[in-house]
Design a protein around this ligand. Structure first.
Ligand SMILES: [Zn+2]
Length: 324
């Protein structure tokens, strides 16, 4: 379990646990989140919530059976994320669902990549959702409601996974990597645990992040622009990430200047931020972010990334001295 504490305390999980406690488990749920990496873990915790006699302990025999995928009543319909789930797979599920569960338990069918179901597969599943066996619950995972048939959507209970706050994500990363510097990933996580974990493990992104701070501090004259423009992080495949990082640094400057340090994301870079703030005002940071917006637009219509980087760096240089 990578994100147990965050997931078990999420609003989405709380809604499901309330159904369990009230003896009111539904026949069909849909977990909605763009964060693919946490779906199976969320489903596993749901099954533990139903079977564990101690309230999701992860240690008892029932929890262990679920963690080892060894509870015959709990089934995962897994697929390669790129492959579709066809009608044959759903036919197996529906045929299996009419067989009575083992030891009077409740049968769960978890489909993490439900949006990969073909239209025919969704229609086939719909019949089971419409007339389910009393002891069956089907749980779908989808990145958005738009990916599923309306007829399916209208018959499931929706669990919207929370967008987690910075503090929750930071402590989840800290639990995973107690000794590593992972704070930088929090600001780019978009509230998603899996995305935060991916960024925290991306050493190249970490280097790019450090590079962006160094560049903003040491960019002082026109000759520096020519040097930084050749930075590999301004190449076509990286410039998007570089723009994200500079934009976040500018937002942090605005937050600090406005007296709202709690809104700053670059918690481990406070010293660097203070140095950058000596030459950046709120107005300059805002002006740079405007240029970043324009740069993204121009990248979309295929302008040369080096030319755009040069324009951005000259703008940074200009506002550094104009606005103070
Ligand atoms: Zn347990």
């Amino acid at each position: 379990m990578k994100f147990f504490n965050a997931l078990v305390n999420s609003r989405a999980m709380h809604n499901f646990i309330t159904d369990v406690k009230n003896g009111n488990i539904g026949h069909a749920y849909m977990l909605i989140t763009p964060d693919k990496d946490v779906v199976e873990e969320f489903f596993t915790i749901m099954a533990c919530a139903v079977y564990c006699p101690n309230g999701i302990c992860l240690k008892c025999d029932e929890c262990k059976k679920i963690l080892d995928v060894n509870n015959a009543n709990v089934k995962f319909i897994r697929n390669d994320a790129k492959q579709s789930i066809g009608v044959e797979t759903v036919k197996e599920l529906t045929e299996d669902s009419v067989i009575r569960p083992y030891e009077k338990g409740r049968k769960f069918y978890f489909i993490p990549n439900a949006e990969k179901m073909t239209i025919q597969a969704q229609n086939k599943l719909l019949k089971t959702i419409e007339e389910p066996s009393e002891y069956v619950t089907i749980v779908l995972g989808a990145s958005s409601e738009g990916m599923m048939l309306n007829t399916v959507i209208s018959r499931v209970k929706k669990l919207y996974l929370d967008y987690f706050d910075a503090e929750t994500i930071a402590s989840a990363l800290h639990e995973l990597y107690p000794t590593a510097d992972t704070e930088f990933a929090v600001g780019f996580a978009n509230g998603q645990l899996g995305r935060a974990n991916m960024i925290a493990n991306d050493l190249d992104f970490k280097t790019l992040y450090d590079n962006a701070f160094d560049m903003l501090i040491s960019l002082k004259k026109s000759a520096d622009v020519a040097k930084f423009v050749r930075n590999p992080y301004f190449a076509r495949d990286k410039i998007g990430e570089m723009l994200d990082v500079i934009e976040l640094i500018m937002r942090d400057i605005i937050a600090l200047d406005a007296g709202c340090p709690e809104l700053a994301a670059s918690l481990t870079k406070m010293k660097e931020l203070d140095t950058i703030r000596e030459t950046f005002s709120i107005a300059s940071a805002t002006a740079v972010n405007d240029v970043i917006g324009e740069t993204r637009e121009r990248l979309r219509v295929n302008c040369d990334s080096e030319t755009l980087a040069e324009r951005l760096l000259f703008k940074i240089l200009e506002v550094k001295y104009l606005c103070r």
